[in-house]
Design a protein around this ligand. Structure first.
Ligand SMILES: Nc1ncnc2c1ncn2[C@@H]1O[C@H](COP(=O)(O)OP(=O)(O)OP(=O)(O)O)[C@@H](O)[C@H]1O
Length: 396
């Protein structure tokens, strides 16, 4: 094909990007100096665009437009574009006040908080555990699209690869991901009168609203229906003996998440964040929510942290990597690890063959397995803490 012979160069990419206007529509993103270094590997193009932190959310179409024009360049096989929050805009833009927490007053700063996991406050009423399930871990993020579901699936597989019996519950009722990510379709079997049998693939027991209800139906559900559906998926599923159940939480920090965190005896939460400041701010919101309901935060995973060139294996920190680690240190929660941004992760997720299952001995699987090891250590630590404070809480 002719397109394959065309050499993709940085200049061509920048030329194409000159067609994309800046956030104020007053020039193009290249001449405004918003485009990072452009990295090209195997005809795939990677770069980031700097935008004001407070506008990152509304500017996603800009990111999409940039990705589109680059993909349209003859010879380009793929493009991956990230928005990076503007660090030069000063402390005010980079660190807006903490968002209101469940109706609390706006403008409260998170402050140099005590370690979230060190001394869990005495809990409210003891929540009934799930028989046979050793620990329940929530995977959460402040906003959608940071790779929470991808991380949940690969983390569950990595915990399994580390020798644990693992289940995964997709609590994202409006946009269930697990049927696609783990390539499972069909309806679960009913056993006895009330219980349903979880589906299985790659050694994981899996339950998702996607197996039970059409997405269009779930879309019109209201709070109480969602709550009861979630509780059913937890308690009326024959999970059997599991060391750990990973719950892929719905994105954000609204009522559904709060309910989930309040109703389910969580051993702790893993927060997924991208390197961008804005996502970090949202991760902080996630932290605040879990603190409020006294769920220990097991730590933060930085996703799409750095880029590894597929041909040379060289590492490039083009997305402002490292933000989550320093943020974790600042707020005193463990940093669980960093996952590279790779086309392989995206493609294998889309194909329903997550990388940890597909290439269990590959470098990305090793990254997830290290994260799984750290998560498991934190679960043990959180359990030890909890049992010291409240010997009556049992997870079994
Ligand atoms: N490390 C990564 N490298 C490359 N692509 C990734 C990575 N992590 C996630 N992705 C891709 O980013 C997109 C969003 O990921 P995912 O669906 O897991 O996010 P999410 O936070 O669960 O989103 P939502 O809440 O909207 O479901 C997907 O296309 C996924 O394949």
């Amino acid at each position: 094909m002719a397109a394959d012979h065309a050499e993709v160069s940085k200049e061509k990419v920048l030329d194409a990007l000159r067609a994309v206007r800046g956030p104020e529509l007053d020039g193009n993103i290249v001449d405004l100096g918003l485009v990072s270094d452009v990295f090209i590997s195997d005809a795939k193009v990677y770069f980031s665009i700097t935008v004001p932190a407070e506008r990152a959310r509304e500017l996603d179409p800009l990111r999409a437009a940039a990705e589109r024009v680059v993909k349209d360049i003859p010879g380009v096989k793929g493009a991956m574009v990230a928005l990076t929050a503007d660090r030069k805009a000063g402390a005010a833009a980079a660190r807006p006040p903490a968002p209101p927490v469940a109706g609390g007053p706006a403008g409260r700063k998170p402050g140099p908080a005590a370690p979230a996991h060190a001394h869990p406050a005495p809990r409210g009423p003891v929540k009934a555990g799930i028989p046979g399930v050793g620990a329940i871990i929530a995977v959460a993020s402040g906003k959608g699209g940071v790779g929470k579901s991808t991380t949940s699936a690969n983390l569950a597989l990595a915990l399994h690869a580390n020798g644990l019996k693992v289940g995964i519950l997709d609590a994202d009722i409006y946009g269930p991901s697990m049927p696609r990510l783990l390539k499972i379709s069909g309806r679960p079997e009913q056993i006895g009168g009330k219980m349903i049998k979880p589906m299985e693939n790659y050694g994981l027991k899996v339950m998702s609203m996607g197996f039970l209800v059409d997405e269009e139906v779930a879309m019109i559900w209201r709070g109480p229906m969602i709550q009861s559906a979630l509780l059913q998926m937890l308690r009326e599923v024959a999970w059997g003996e599991l060391d750990v159940l990973v719950v892929d939480m719905p994105p954000g920090t609204g009522d559904a998440q709060l309910t989930m965190a309040q109703q389910v005896p969580l051993a702790g939460a893993v927060i997924v964040s991208t390197p961008q400041d804005l996502a970090l701010i949202d991760a902080r919101k996630g932290l605040a929510m879990f603190r409020k309901v006294e769920v220990p935060v097991l730590g933060i995973v930085e996703n799409m942290s750095y880029f590894i060139a597929p041909d040379t294996g060289a590492r490039y920190d083009i997305f402002g990597h490292g933000g989550a680690r320093s943020e974790a240190e600042r707020i005193g929660v463990p940093f669980l690890g960093e996952v590279p941004l790779t086309i392989a992760i995206r493609e294998t997720s889309d194909a329903g063959t997550p990388l940890v299952a597909l290439e269990p001995d590959g470098p990305v699987a090793a990254v997830y397995r290290d994260i799984a090891t750290r998560v498991w250590e934190q679960v043990a630590a959180a359990k030890a803490d909890t049992s010291r404070e409240r010997p009556s809480i049992v997870f079994e």
